[in-house]
Design a protein around this ligand. Sequence first.
Ligand SMILES: O=C(O)CCC(=O)C(=O)O
Ligand SMILES: [Fe+2]
Length: 287
Amino acid sequence: MLNIIASKLFELKSECNYRIALWKHARRLPALEERDRLIVDTLKQEGVYVTSITELGLDSTTELLKAARVQLSRMSAADNTPVGEKLPQIYTVTDVGEFSQWGREKRLLAIVENYIGLPIAFHGVHLRRDFPNTNQFGTLLWHKDSEDRRIIKIIVYLTDVEAHHGPFEYVPLSLTSLFSFNYYRIYHKLWQSGYLGIKDEQLKEVIPKKYWKSCTGPAGTVIFVDTKSVLHHGTLRTQQRDTLFFVYTANPPKRPELCTQYWDDTFPKPQLNTEAVVACKDDFCHG
Ligand SMILES: O=C(O)CCC(=O)C(=O)O
Ligand SMILES: [Fe+2]
C-alpha cells in the first residue's frame, strides 16, 4: 500500500515538473515558418498530419531517397504468400548520413520542438519492410507507444501504399480525447491486453470503423504522428510495404530505455557504399 502511495506521489511530482518545464520552454521555442504552423496545429488537434516529401521540399530529400533505394535493394523481397505472423525486416540506418541529415533538417526539428514543447531528442531512423500477414499481432494491433509523454514519428512511404499494402491507420484524437468516455473504454481494453494492443473487432465496439483514418498514399507520402496520443496500427496486408520511421521525443524522454532500439544493435545496421548509390538510376532515386 505504501509503495502504491509513494509511486503515485512520484508520478504526480513528475507531472508537475513536466508542466512547469513546458511553461518555461514556451518562450524558447524555435521560430516556425507559416506553412509549418499548420502541421503543428493539426498535430495538436488530430494527432496526425499527412503531406508528401515533395510538398515538404527539404534540401536533403534527393539524397535521402537515393540512399533509401540502395538500402532497399539489399533487403529480401517479400514472398507474398500470407503467413500468420511474419515480423517486419528492420534496419537501423541512423548512422547513415543521408538519413540522419534529413531527420535533422532545421525545419523538421522546429516542427517537432514546437509540438513537443520541450528541448527534443532525435533518436534515429528505421528502414522497415513489412510483409503480408493474416493475423493481427505486434504493431498490427491497435496501440499507443510509450517512450514518452509526446512522441513524434515521421513515417515516409517508399512504395505506393494502397489498402492491400497495409497502410498506417489511426483514430483521430478528437474521438478519444482525455475527458471522453471513449478514452476510458479504450484505456480499459488496452489495460486488459497488458498494453500489447487490441484487435479490430474490439475497437469496433468503441469506435465504429467508419471513423478510422487509413493513410493510403503514393510513394513519398509523409505522415507526422504523435504515436503516444493517437491510437494507431499498421493494417493487415497482402503485399509488402516499405517505409522509413524517424523518431523524436523530449530530451530526456520519460522511458529512455525504450528509445535505444533506434540507434543500438537491436536491429542490423547496413553499410552504405557509394558505388551502389552511383549505380542507382531509377526515377524514384531522383525524385
Ligand atoms: O506499421 C505501422 O504502420 C505502424 C507502426 C507503429 O505502430 C509504430 O511504429 O509505432
Ligand atoms: Fe506504434
